[in-house]
Design a protein around this ligand. Structure first.
Ligand SMILES: NC(=O)c1ccc[n+]([C@@H]2O[C@H](COP(=O)([O-])OP(=O)(O)OC[C@H]3O[C@@H](n4cnc5c(N)ncnc54)[C@H](OP(=O)(O)O)[C@@H]3O)[C@@H](O)[C@H]2O)c1
Length: 256
């Protein structure tokens, strides 16, 4: 049986960095890379010694779940690692953002992540690992990044509870919560005519985020918040009332 790793959101940013570093962290026969942009997925093979299986599909379309199920069944694979990195956000007031995009964030960030996890689980055995990418945004309500933050709160809660449920099967789930990270994320998040975020307290590199995640996996942690600025932000959010946190955020960014 082939040992495989599956990475969603593999064409860019954090997902792509996971794929590039997978060979250093385990023995896999194949890595399945998933995103919409086929060309970018194919280019990844230049950077990775393990054979890649390119699965170009839109995870916000439920037909992709059926395709995934079929692929897994056909190949009778042993999935040793699943990284759910596909996700997008919009920095915009809920009312200004299209309904399509608002629901699209829920479809991709929550529904597809939960679907991929559940579809893959029957093909996992003792020792398998799952990384669910949440965000520092998961810990607080965030006006103007509202639905995105709420989707990440779902991911954080889901991943940590799932880790407990899967302990019996000795499958480890990590909730990875990056702070701002340099990637294509911002191309989709920032609206040209509307500059919501004027200050980024930190900007981490995908390499640092992924290196921290591999360490957290090694130590079987269920939560990873890479970087001291990110940890400090989460600590502040835990200690102070959320109403005050939201006021500070709005003042910091000059938002009404
Ligand atoms: N960057 C940050 O500041 C930051 C902070 C905290 C958490 N995160 C989270 O980290 C994860 C990775 O984000 P990133 O920063 O690496 O952003 P990114 O560079 O934009 O990567 C997002 C990935 O998701 C894929 N994707 C988007 N829509 C998709 C769809 N409908 N179906 C399938 N794949 C889709 C994209 O590929 P295609 O466009 O080819 O489909 C891309 O591979 C996301 O869950 C994000 O929410 C990011």
């Amino acid at each position: 049986m082939k040992h495989i790793a599956i990475v969603t959101g593999a064409s860019s940013g954090i997902g792509r960095e996971f794929v590039r570093t997978i060979p250093k962290h385990g023995t896999f026969d194949e890595v399945w890379v998933i995103a919409r942009n086929q060309e970018r997925l194919e280019e990844l093979q230049w950077d990775v010694s393990i054979p890649l299986k390119v699965v170009a599909m839109d995870l916000s379309d439920p037909a992709s779940f059926v395709r995934m199920q079929t692929l897994l069944e056909e190949q009778k694979s042993d999935v040793r690692l699943l990284i759910n990195a596909a996700g997008f956000g919009r920095f915009q007031a809920v009312e200004k953002c299209s309904l399509e995009d608002n629901l699209g964030m829920i479809d991709l960030n929550c529904k597809a992540l939960a679907a991929m996890t559940q579809i893959v689980l029957p093909y996992m055995q003792k020792g398998a690992k799952i990384v669910e990418i949440a965000s520092v945004a998961a810990f607080q309500p965030i006006p103007y990044i509202n639905i995105y933050g709420a989707t990440k709160a779902f991911v954080l809660s889901y991943a940590r509870a799932l880790n407990r449920e899967l302990k019996q099967r000795k499958i480890h789930v990590l909730a990875l919560c990056p702070f701002w990270t340099r990637s294509r994320f911002f191309e989709r998040a920032i609206q040209k005519d509307e500059n919501i975020i004027k200050r980024f307290i930190a900007m981490y590199e995908p390499e640092f985020i992924v290196k921290s995640a591999w360490t957290a996996l090694r130590f079987k942690r269920d939560l990873c918040i890479p970087g001291w600025k990110a940890k400090l932000q989460v600590l502040g959010v835990k200690l102070l009332p959320h109403s005050l946190i939201m006021t500070i955020w709005q003042k910091q960014q000059g938002l009404k």
